[in-house]
Design a protein. Structure first.
Length: 342
């Protein structure tokens, strides 16, 4: 075997290995989420319980309180884990029907969007499917973007914005669908769907909370004067401290889980660009379509950062084309195809 052949083969990865790795990533994320839920509940109860014990428990009752304290924290860990499991089961039940509605998508009617459905069918056949996934549409969005959702290939769906249908040629639509079909085939869509289903509502709620906090210069005052904390004395102080603990932990946990989210989406996009190019069998068309889409406005107001991992392009905060980190996808794809992409 020549020296030139060995490194090339070292970069070849069987399809089933990619699929198995995505399954492992999904299982690991679910496990991490349940552990994080248990840990956060335990820490909240441990800190709040200790504070309330010092403030409210009389000196004579200290010994009884601290004997029960470990059991209290243990119960909180168990309850946190149970709530995490319930959340996982609820959010991973039928996400391909529920998630698209979170950003305003509806299933397209029979006999509509025929050129777009034809482009999707072409790429579904190219990847080896006997039929194309159902096509959904975000009808009130003139931006250009598309998404894929599904924990399994059988139940997966593909969706587009109305701007995608109206402003992209069938050739460019096929290029985008080639990318999404490649993600679906190797299991990237499964992993993205699990993360978005579990964390999407939490990230969306967190973003809404941050927007509300921007309305006041003092989040402590805002917390103390909220409807749920309009009482006085030590009870009010304890509520403020407890609320700050919950708020602090929610920020820490959600930010830790959010770390790498955009980077993982970009890495999956770059791989799918190259793999979709092979399905499309036209490198130059793939590069042209990618550049055309990335230079457009890709933001989807209902999706935001919380559900961006499902989309062909990052659907959250928009960038000017010259500042968009996803523009490096064009350079990566040109590296893959060599002189043909120049």
């Amino acid at each position: 075997m020549s020296a030139d052949t060995r490194p090339r083969r070292a970069h070849i990865e069987p399809l089933w290995d990619r699929i198995d790795r995505n399954r492992f990533k999904t299982a690991a994320f679910v496990t991490m989420f349940v552990v994080a839920a248990a840990f956060s509940a335990g820490v909240i109860v441990a800190i709040a319980g200790l504070f309330l014990g010092v403030v409210l428990v009389s000196p004579q009752g200290f010994s009884d309180f601290f004997r029960a304290y470990p059991y209290l924290v243990g119960a909180a860990l168990a309850v946190g884990a149970a709530l995490g499991i319930v959340h996982v089961v609820r959010t991973l039940t039928g996400p391909e029907r529920r998630l698209p509605t979170m950003f305003g998508a509806v299933r397209s009617q029979t006999g509509t969007l025929l050129p777009t459905k034809s482009a999707l069918h072409d790429m579904a056949v190219a990847v080896g499917y006997t039929y194309a996934p159902p096509l959904w549409i975000i009808g009130d969005c003139d931006r250009i973007n598309a998404f894929a959702v599904g924990l399994t290939e059988r139940n997966a769906i593909v969706g587009v914005t109305s701007g995608f249908v109206e402003r992209l040629s069938p050739e460019s639509q096929r290029a985008v669908f080639a990318n999404l079909m490649a993600r679906l085939r190797v299991g990237d869509t499964m992993s993205a769907t699990a993360v978005s289903a579990i964390m999407g509502p939490i990230w969306a709620s967190r973003a809404a909370g941050l927007r509300k906090q921007e309305e006041t210069d003092d989040p402590v005052v805002q917390l103390a004067t909220s409807d749920g904390m309009r009482f006085g004395g030590e009870d009010r102080s304890a509520a403020v401290v407890g609320g700050l603990i919950v708020e602090f932990l929610s920020v820490i946990i959600t930010e830790l889980l959010m770390a790498g989210h955009e980077r993982a989406a970009l890495a999956a996009s770059e791989k799918a660009d190259a793999e979709g190019m092979l399905l499309l069998k036209d490198p130059e068309a793939m590069v042209r379509a990618l550049q055309e889409v990335l230079e457009a406005n890709n933001t989807v107001p209902g999706a935001g950062e919380a559900y961006s991992m499902l989309f062909y392009c990052w659907a959250g905060f928009g960038y000017a084309p010259e500042d968009d980190p996803e523009m490096k996808r064009i350079g990566r794809l040109r590296e893959v195809i060599g002189a043909a992409g120049a």
